[in-house]
Design a protein around this ligand. Structure first.
Ligand code: NI
Length: 257
């Protein structure tokens, strides 16, 4: 159930019996020799659409550009600065909260977003807790200090069933960036965009980078310790299906909890 494919009247009717919305969030950044630049955005978006369909939950427009400063030495990458991203997340949430949504379930496709998303949640909670109370800061309109909206962050590549599946499919070759699992999911979703690119062994992860130039110096083809040449659409379907199954269960619990 995609917000962008509803009429305003349909959204109004949805809100008569529901108040949860799924928020896909990703990144637009290089993903190694054969990975799509939109990997983190399109995977979270498609998983969100499938979870929304399975749970009858509204899905908001995707936040498709994230915190990718460290990928900016690779052509085509885009980034929001953290302060911008916090504002964007806040404006998305507050727009929908204005209409009556109060539970926001973020399906994230990019590990580099996590710290900024969590910071945005705290900004949202602070604003909702401290508003409407006149001169006295710290009190909500309900008299307590509980936030009036609830936000949850879920990285789609984690979970009790996902990690064993990835281990079973790819052993210790999945890697840290441009992973086999995420490239496989894009190959499943967009089979006409499978890139046939020769690549040697990846650079090992020997330490964290500082800025974008340092990242490229350490990892010249963009991968970190991954073997995306082993990606297949068949493996991608297995990863996608487990993500949707697990996250649908969690969205249901979040909605009803
Ligand atoms: Ni990624």
């Amino acid at each position: 159930m995609r917000l962008q494919l509803q009429t305003w009247a349909e959204v109004e009717r949805y809100l008569e019996t529901a108040s949860t919305v799924i928020m896909p969030i990703g990144s637009t950044e290089q993903h190694g020799p054969n990975g799509l630049i939109g990997t983190d955005a399109v995977t979270s978006e498609e998983i969100a659409h499938a979870v929304g369909a399975r749970t009858n939950t509204m899905v908001a427009p995707t936040i498709a550009v994230g915190m990718a400063q460290h990928h900016m030495a690779f052509t085509g990458s885009m980034t929001l600065r953290p302060s911008t991203m916090i504002s964007v997340i806040g404006d998305y949430v507050n727009s929908l909260a204005h209409h009556g949504f109060d539970r926001f379930y973020f399906i994230n496709g990019h590990g580099g977003n996590s710290a900024t998303i969590e910071a945005a949640f705290q900004e949202i909670y602070t604003a909702h807790t401290m508003s409407g109370s006149g001169a006295g800061a710290g009190a909500s309109t309900s008299g307590g200090n509980a936030p009036s909206v609830r936000c949850r962050l879920r990285n789609w590549w984690t979970g009790s069933e996902m990690r064993p599946l990835i281990k079973q499919l790819f052993g210790d070759k999945d890697g840290m960036h441009a992973t086999i699992s995420e490239v496989s999911v894009t190959q499943y979703l967009f089979p006409d965009q499978i890139k046939d690119v020769a690549m040697g062994p990846p650079e090992a992860f020997t330490g964290r980078w500082t800025d974008a130039a340092d990242y490229r110096a350490k990892f010249p083809d963009g991968r970190i310790a991954s073997h995306p040449e082993l990606a297949t659409p068949e493996a991608g379907k297995q990863v996608f299906d487990i993500a949707v199954k697990q996250i649908a269960e969690e969205v249901t619990a979040f909605r009803d909890g």
